[in-house]
Design a protein around this ligand. Structure first.
Ligand SMILES: *[C@@H]1O[C@H](CO)[C@@H](O)[C@H](O)[C@H]1NC(C)=O
Length: 342
């Protein structure tokens, strides 16, 4: 077993590489914004969660930006500011922690699916391949074997022997189990999950407001880019709050067979180095906002253009811009004082 205790919670080399390459691709897309010079002169802001792997990601991202310009000195300093209020809001939201995270009934669909007929089928087939009685394999062991298969593939780029335990249909069942878990734990399953990301939502729009505000020629230029580095658990609630990947029928333990075409597929939404980009363009009729998820354009719910006017995006989220009060939603009481957020 190559996976050792000390690797727990740390970024692996492959992960660093993912972040360096992401930074290089983005600096090619936005050369005047994500430039080595803007980084060197302190015009970019980098916020990270306090977790070691996030800080490592922040460093690797900056290495990528530097390398994009022919590789500056290795002794260069990295910047980052830890902000768990923004990047780990989920553990600070009591309504979420008590209502979802620590609440077994909130994840009932996952438990049911674990012991349902699809997983039973996987168990039977894997047991047969191993020549073991099926009762020796628990759903948790199957999940662990599937994780090992996917880790060895993603971290070491090998077709792991663990993967031979599963055929493609088995993998689809295990993928569904994982999507079910994310749906009920980190996404649309419970409204409070999306609402727990209100501080991040407001931060993002405040940053965009500032960047898009009309300026006199004497005013300082806005921040070229604001980089926030968090977790899949940070991104999923925010994407949910924005109304993305919300299928008509929620995935449950009972409807596996009708969910093959679902848009809620976490291996696509939050793969390693998952990213959400909000790009503001200075256009004739006013600023426009483009959203990219994992570097592909995605439309805002209800809006028909790839880069709609920023004011139309704001109109779409008016109810959240005017509300989405973290204290009210998470603690059941309004925040003290007037809402000075926007
Ligand atoms: C736990 O989740 C269930 C189902 O979503 C909900 O009805 C219940 O109120 C939750 N319990 C707590 C303590 O929040």
């Amino acid at each position: 077993m190559w996976y050792t205790e000390d690797m727990d919670g740390q970024l692996v080399e492959k992960g660093r590489d993912d972040l360096r390459q992401l930074a290089r691709r983005l600096s090619v897309l936005f050369p005047s914004l994500l430039s080595e010079e803007n980084l060197r002169t302190g015009r970019l802001s980098v916020k990270s969660s306090s977790k070691h792997r996030c800080v490592s990601s922040a460093q690797a991202f900056q290495e990528g930006l530097r390398q994009a310009r022919g590789g500056a000195g290795a002794e260069a300093e990295y910047i980052h500011e830890v902000d768990d209020e923004l990047m780990r809001f989920f553990e600070r939201c009591r309504g979420y922690v008590e209502g979802v995270e620590n609440n077994r009934t909130a994840l009932m669909e996952v438990e049911k699916f674990k012991h349902g007929e699809e997983m039973e089928g996987v168990r039977r087939r894997v047991a047969e391949r191993l020549g073991l009685p099926p009762q020796r394999l628990t759903p948790d062991l199957l999940e662990a074997a599937f994780f090992l298969c996917s880790y060895e593939l993603s971290i070491k780029s090998v077709h792991s022997p663990w993967c031979f335990l599963f055929d493609e249909d088995d993998a689809k069942v295990l993928e569904y189990q994982s999507d079910l878990k994310q749906y009920w734990k980190r996404s649309h399953g419970h409204v409070i999950t999306g609402l727990s990301s209100c501080p991040l939502f407001h931060h993002v729009f405040r940053t965009l407001d500032k960047a898009g505000r009309p300026r006199r020629s004497t005013d300082a230029l806005p921040e070229p880019a604001s980089i926030l580095i968090g977790h899949a658990e940070t991104l999923l609630p925010l994407l949910s709050l924005l109304g993305l990947y919300k299928d008509k029928t929620p995935p449950t333990a009972a409807n596996y067979n009708s969910q093959h075409g679902r848009s809620f597929r976490t291996s696509r939404i939050v793969p390693y180095a998952a990213n959400l980009l909000l790009v503001l363009y200075d256009c004739q009729r006013g600023p426009r906002l483009q959203m990219l998820i994992n570097e592909s354009p995605v439309r805002f719910p209800g809006l028909k253009e790839d880069a709609p006017l920023y004011r139309e995006v704001r109109a779409t989220y008016r109810h959240l811009l005017d509300g989405c009060d973290f204290y009210r939603e998470c603690e059941g009481r309004p925040s003290r004082g007037p809402n000075t957020e926007l």
